[in-house]
Design a protein around this ligand. Sequence first.
Ligand code: FMN
Length: 336
Amino acid sequence: MARGAAFLGSETAIMCGAMSWVSERHLVSAISNAGGFGVIACGAMTPDLLAAEIAATRARTDQPFGVNLITMHPALFDLIEVCARGAIGHVVLAGGVPPKGSIEAVKASGAKVIAIPPTLAMAKKYLRSGADALIIEGMEAGGHIGPVSTGVLAQEILPELAADHLVFVAGGIGRGAAIAAFLEMGAAGVQMGTRFACAAESIAHPAFKAAFFRAHAREAVASVQIDPRLPVIPVRALKNKGTEAFTAKQSEVAAKLDRGEVDMAAAQLEIEHFWAGALRRAVIEGDVENGSLMAGQSVGMVTAEEPAAAIIVGLLAECEDALTRRTPVALGALYV
Ligand SMILES: Cc1cc2nc3c(=O)[nH]c(=O)nc-3n(C[C@H](O)[C@H](O)[C@H](O)COP(=O)(O)O)c2cc1C
């Protein structure tokens, strides 16, 4: 974990993945103050809002933190400039292939680029394009997901890249023993979202947190694509009326595509706006029936509100325990 921590500038290489509406000044600063690495979720924020969030986070911590930018944001390059003016050291480019010039623009500001490749081939491509580190995220994760599990991605990508590059693993990590396992496979660190969403410092509505505490892994389901022409990115969230509303939203957008009222890019953006709005309803307003309760399969391991520092201390203790328990076995093998 040391090289991951050195890269991030934090005490430990436990990143709290950006969660729209949740990862704002309070949670991000709490994570970074606790020795983890907080990441602001820019989501659909305007450049002015992002600038204000960076300044407010900086006022709460003198530790490093990053910013997560969604590559399809229409003002991506303005947001990159805001990060540069805010002296952000690490920018995570999420939500699809970074557009031409975006990696270069981040690097020109002196910041490190962290990319999220969906496959080994894309991982190699992003590294060739200048990405300084990668996050590989499996389908157990909360929020937007790919089709492959964390375990398989890790087995495919870590042996090829982890010796020479910084690779963080995300998706479905709930306990320190899992962190230990990925570190042993060569990961430089991990990124977790679900476990931190209900931290005491998270501004998520009490009803949102209560829904997490009640939920089990099998209730965190991936959304279903209903129209083959509209390639929506699946989202993992707790099953509720909002999940059904998404099916209706897809039909509505597909019908607009049919009538030629929108093109594919506009249709996809409308879908993404739907998610942003639905997530806000759940996180901020506490509408856990109709809003989106994005959550990963590790949600069953989130059972009570704890300060971010306590979560991190617990994870590190479990991780250390797992690693030391394994050592005698390895040493014992030498004497056989
Ligand atoms: C409520 C919620 C919102 C999220 N929003 C974003 C986002 O805006 N941008 C992003 O790149 N990832 C987002 N994610 C994914 C997290 O950054 C992180 O990669 C993921 O939660 C890790 O998997 P885990 O939930 O199994 O720990 C979100 C996840 C959750 C649970």
